[in-house]
Structures are given as C-alpha cells and as structure tokens.
Design a protein around this ligand. Structure first.
Ligand SMILES: N[C@@H](CCC(=O)N[C@@H](CS)C(=O)NCC(=O)O)C(=O)O
Length: 225
C-alpha cells in the first residue's frame, strides 16, 4: 500500500474512495465504516509513527499533516467527523440514524468522541513526547491523564443502563469511542476504563467490519480495566 506515487500526485481511481490512514489512529474508525458500508475503497498507509505524515508529498494533500484524508473523486476531505458524516450521508446506514432525535444524539456523541475525548489523548501524547524536563513532563502528563480519566468516568456513568452511547443502537460514535479506548495502553499514567465501556468496545470489535479493519491494519486490540 503506497501512500502516493513518487511525483507526489494524488492518485485518482474512478469510483473508488481512497483513505489515507495510519495503523490504529482515528482513521481506523473510517476504515471500519468503509467496510461496514461495503463500498469500494483503496487504502494508502501514511504511518504517523514513522513521520510519513510530515513528508512533503503528504503535506501537499493535507498541509496539517494529519490523518485521515478521504479522496472521493474530485473531493479531498479532511477531519474524520466530516468524512464519517459525508460517507453516511451518501450511503445512509443505521450507524447514523435517520430519525431526527436519534440522529442528533448520535452526532452529539460523535462530536464528543472526535473532539473532547480524542483531543484529551492528543494533548497527553503531545506533552509526553515533547516535554524534556522530567518534573514538568510528569506534572503535565498526570494532568492530561486525569482529564482523560474524567471523560471516561462520564462515559461509564452514561453506559450504566444502556449498551451503546445511543441507547440500544450502535452508531458511528461507538466506532470512534472503540478506536480511542485502545490508545489507553499508551498512557503511562493510570487511566481506568469501566466495565460498561469495555463491554461496548468488545461488541464493536466483534463486528465483521471492525474486525476486518483491525486485521488489515495489524492492530492488537487490548483494553485493561
Ligand atoms: N480533528 C482531526 C484530528 C486528526 C488527528 O489528530 N489525527 C492524528 C492521528 S489520530 C494525527 O494525524 N496525528 C499526527 C499529527 O498530528 O502530527 C480529525 O478528526 O481528523
């Protein structure tokens, strides 16, 4: 799976989506969604751990150097929530319910996962990677980990009486939640995932679409309480 051709030009395959992804990153939710929708797509690996996303050819696609990018014909789309909504608008599916109230709640939880929760981990990773002074690093990372824990406690409380974020229906928000939960093993400080969160994630990873995406990206999925 090549990210780009050597000229840095964007590959265009007619009638096929192209997803630029990094293994296990937030792009995994889009990858699983494309499987779930059963639409033709091509994957292009841009491994953020190898800093492929900082290379000039990728920066031509996304000047922010972030994953994911979706190519849909002439459309180049960044921001995973926008990509998810675009795909689910083009290919209506229960992962984004049609009924107004349910749809609104699914979008609310998608926004929470994609902004608040994702960003809490993003802050932790940024600080842990870049702060060199050990005491400053410890203080900042502990604070960032506390914020992650705060959000997970809120989710766990919400799930006490229901299996998914939107009551009894799995939605795209659960896909994002499941991807992000797997980043917890990368946090050096104690972050507890409640039993209801783990049950939700286990149900999501059993879905053939999600399992296939994990297998393709060669991701080990391990949640610890
Ligand atoms: N709001 C963006 C966030 C994207 C994002 O932060 N992606 C991460 C991977 S999960 C990334 O590309 N990190 C590498 C970097 O920012 O340099 C989205 O949802 O698409």
């Amino acid at each position: 799976m090549e990210a780009l051709d050597s000229s840095g030009d964007m590959p265009r395959l007619s009638g096929m989506y192209i997803l630029y992804y990094s293994p296990g990153a937030c792009s995994l939710a889009i990858h699983a969604l494309l499987n779930e929708l059963n639409v033709p797509f091509e994957l292009a690996c841009v491994d953020i751990h190898k800093t492929d996303n900082r290379k000039a050819d990728y920066l031509k696609l996304n000047s922010r150097g972030q994953i994911p990018v979706l190519i849909d014909g002439e459309l180049l789309l960044r921001e995973s929530a926008a990509i998810a909504i675009h795909l689910l608008t083009k290919h209506p599916h229960p992962l984004l319910p049609a009924e107004e109230m349910r749809r609104a709640k699914a979008l609310e939880w998608l926004a929470f996962c994609n902004s608040s929760l994702h960003q809490a981990y993003g802050s932790y990773f940024l600080l842990s990677k870049n702060l060199k002074d050990p005491a400053a690093r410890q203080a900042a990372c502990e604070l960032a980990a506390k914020r992650i824990g705060f959000f997970w406690r809120d989710v766990e409380a919400h799930l006490q009486t229901q299996p998914y974020l939107c009551v009894d229906e799995v939605t795209i928000a659960d896909f994002f939640l499941t991807v992000i939960a797997n980043w917890t093993r990368l946090v050096e400080y104690k972050v507890t995932l409640g039993t209801h969160i783990i049950q939700l994630c286990n149900k999501v990873i059993e879905r053939p679409s999600f399992a296939k995406a994990l297998q393709t990206e060669e991701i080990r999925y391990t949640l610890q309480q």
